[in-house]
Ligand binder design. Structure first.
Ligand code: 2U9
Length: 383
């Protein structure tokens, strides 16, 4: 039974009261009666629950030395023996009542505090969410992925290889003999440790950071028979200072096709299909004669300007054409270096710079923007 519903009465038990009726005042000690004490206690406990702290009421009533109930029990010694039994029983019932109500009050206050703490710590799932900061692909990765997707659809396999190379794969096998100027320390980044040859000494060859991904095409031909249709993307290194248009490390996508009767027409048709997907559906391709040691004949690849469609604008420097990369028919000496018979097979190859294509596609004014990791720049590219 809850104490709040309790109504003390002079005349007898109120409905459901656990305590026997006693008089309002004590004739012997003129102390307050138990009914009065209970009334006071009920009031004080209600206030304490509201204030959220029951301890002062517990001390006041149940305190060992000075508590109201402790005193009440002690005072029984002064009560005439014939009343002592009944008054003692009443005092003990009051004590049990106080103890039970305080225990309930402590639980109630604790419950309120716990609910308040939970409310403070709870999440409002109806609040609008915070936009997470999503990462995104780097513009150079976007260009490379796009190129790979186009060539994969055409039936090319994507192949990758090591960035640290030896002179044989990077130069000799590509028809660039020892005295070739590209092998000069001025142009190529050599590593301090040479690779030991089979017999040591004179067979040792220098290691370097690959200057083109062509070294991987050599490796691929060494381990595969024609027909071959591969695209080799990757980072390459040159001894260049970083400026507006140059970087000592940059990305390339090269291609190699080898088979019977592969012609320059296949080369041009493949490149045309590529630029039409990559840049513009009505793009045209133009070859200008050029020279590379590993291709013969060789050509520079130009694409009709997709801004002015060849009419001449700022982007194409009023020429109507934009230079994209280089290409050619694989030199017979290259086939011989990998053990292919140049009488049996022919092939074409080309090389494109990833940065150059990204610069052209997105009209970036400075190659260094790609390497500085400035989010204001990087955030401008679609996923
Ligand atoms: C093999 C045989 C021939 C790859 C080729 C180019 C021409 C070329 C440049 C474009 C811009 C490099 O990134 S760049 O600076 N590349 O002009 N590359 S032909 O020829 C090969 C490759 C592998 C076995």
């Amino acid at each position: 039974m809850e104490g709040t519903a309790f109504k003390p009465s002079r005349t007898g038990h109120p409905e459901g009261c656990p305590l026997p009726a006693i008089s309002m005042s004590d004739p012997i000690s003129s102390q307050p009666s138990i009914d009065e004490l209970r009334g006071e206690f009920d009031q004080q406990l209600t206030s304490a629950i509201q204030a959220g702290n029951v301890q002062p009421v517990r001390d006041r009533y149940l305190g060992r030395k000075d508590g109201v109930i402790t005193r009440l029990l002690k005072d029984l010694g002064t009560v005439p023996p014939e009343e002592r039994r009944e008054r003692g029983a009443n005092a003990n019932r009051f004590k049990a009542y106080v103890e039970q109500r305080i225990e309930e009050a402590v639980e109630a206050v604790r419950g309120v505090a716990e609910r308040a703490a939970l409310e403070r710590a709870s999440l409002d799932v109806t609040l609008p969410g915070r936009q997470p900061q999503l990462g995104r692909r780097h513009p150079l990765t976007l260009v490379r992925d796009r190129m790979e997707a186009i060539f994969t659809r055409m039936g090319f396999a994507i192949v990758e290889g090591p960035e640290i190379e030896d002179e044989r794969h990077n130069f000799d096998a590509l028809n660039m003999p020892a005295e070739h100027p590209a092998r000069d320390m001025q142009d190529t980044l050599y590593l301090a440790t040479p690779v030991k040859g089979e017999s040591g000494g004179p067979d040792d060859f220098r290691t370097l950071l690959r200057t083109h991904t062509s070294s991987m095409q050599i490796r691929y031909m060494e381990t595969h028979k024609p027909p071959i249709r591969i695209v080799v993307p990757g980072r390459v290194y040159r001894r260049d200072d970083l400026d507006l248009t140059h970087s000592p490390a940059f990305g390339q996508v090269e291609a190699l096709v080898v088979g019977e009767d592969i012609s320059m027409a296949h080369l041009k048709g493949t490149l045309l299909a590529f630029v039409r997907e990559m840049f513009s559906a009505n793009a045209r391709v133009r070859f200008r004669p050029s020279f590379f040691p590993y291709t013969e004949p060789s050509a520079e690849i130009d694409i009709s300007c997709w801004q002015c469609d060849g009419a001449g604008c700022q982007m194409c420097k009023k020429t109507g054409w934009i230079e994209l990369g280089g290409c050619g028919m694989v030199h017979p000496a290259v086939f011989e270096a990998v053990g292919y018979d140049p009488e049996q097979v022919t092939g074409f190859a080309w090389g494109l710079g990833i940065e150059r294509i990204a610069i052209l596609r997105h009209q970036v004014g400075d190659i260094r923007m790609f390497y500085e990791n400035d989010l204001r720049f990087l955030e401008q590219f679609p996923y």
